[in-house]
Design a protein around this ligand. Structure first.
Ligand code: PGA
Length: 256
């Protein structure tokens, strides 16, 4: 299984020239260093820069940071999964904790999952527990994750081929950086949760085998410690993927 590396730019990049510089690093990294047989590299810039990446022909996969739960109509500011698909955008992050913190509910996330899958997109569903749950121990953490997954995946037709497009990003909330400041999970703790998610989704009623990533303060200095575990199928990288020097170092790590 190829590892999935997702760069979530969030709202860190606000100038076209900065976006172009990151695209150029990605172009060089993928052309000269990173084995495309080993990794799928997905860049998730803000919506307008998706089209800039297309214009520049950056040889990476592209993903949106969010998507509408509806497909068409009177929905000001929303972006349809049909539009994304039509524009050649393959992936979409759904249920990021920063969206949940803005009021996104489990029901909305579930609708987004279903419309995104139906449109043929590859959803990257984010799940993760807050610190007060983690401090209650493994069982409380697993129950929390189980509930998030169950609600997000409810009603998905797992017999359809498109259900195979799903990826899960395990992102404990307390590990997600604010402006690059934060401390990651311990990889040996992460594998307990990613293995739990894998078993859960492999079993009935799902029968799925998604790639399961880790996210939360991933940087060049620790990415290998996660990817070296076969239970972790990739990484979701926020702030570090928008810092040119760090991003270059991350690409170098992937090239090793
Ligand atoms: P971070 O963000 O790498 O800045 O911690 C990860 C994420 O929230 O996707």
């Amino acid at each position: 299984m190829k590892k999935l590396i997702v760069a979530n730019w969030k709202m860190y990049v606000t100038r076209l020239e900065d976006a172009d510089a990151l695209f150029e690093l990605a172009r060089r990294g993928t052309k000269e260093q990173i084995s495309q047989a080993t990794y799928d590299l997905v860049l998730c810039p803000p919506f307008p820069y998706l089209f800039e990446a297309r214009r520049l022909g950056v040889p990476v996969h592209l993903g949106a940071q969010d998507v509408s739960q509806d497909t068409k109509g009177a929905h000001t500011s929303e972006v349809s999964p049909l539009l994304l698909k039509d524009a050649g955008i393959e992936y979409v992050i759904i249920g990021h904790s920063e969206r949940r913190a803005q009021g996104e509910t489990d029901e909305t996330i579930n609708r987004k999952m279903r419309t995104a899958l139906q449109a043929g997109l590859h959803p990257i569903l984010c799940v993760g527990e807050p610190s007060n749950i983690r401090s209650q121990g493994r069982e409380a953490t697993q129950t929390f994750i189980y509930n998030q997954l169950k609600k997000a995946c409810d009603g998905i037709d797992t017999s359809k081929q498109e259900a195979g497009n799903l990826a899960i990003a395990y992102e404990p909330l307390w590990a997600i950086s604010v402006n690059g400041k934060g401390a990651s999970d311990k990889p040996e703790d992460t594998v307990v949760i990613t293995s739990f998610i894998r078993e859960l989704l492999k079993a009935k009623p799902y029968g799925l085998n998604p790639r399961i990533l880790y996210g939360g303060s991933v940087r060049s200095t620790n990415i290998r410690t996660f990817l070296d575990h076969h239970e972790i199928d990739g990484a979701l990288i926020g702030k570090a993927s928008t810092e040119p020097k760090e991003f270059e170092l991350i690409l170098k790590e992937l090239a090793k």
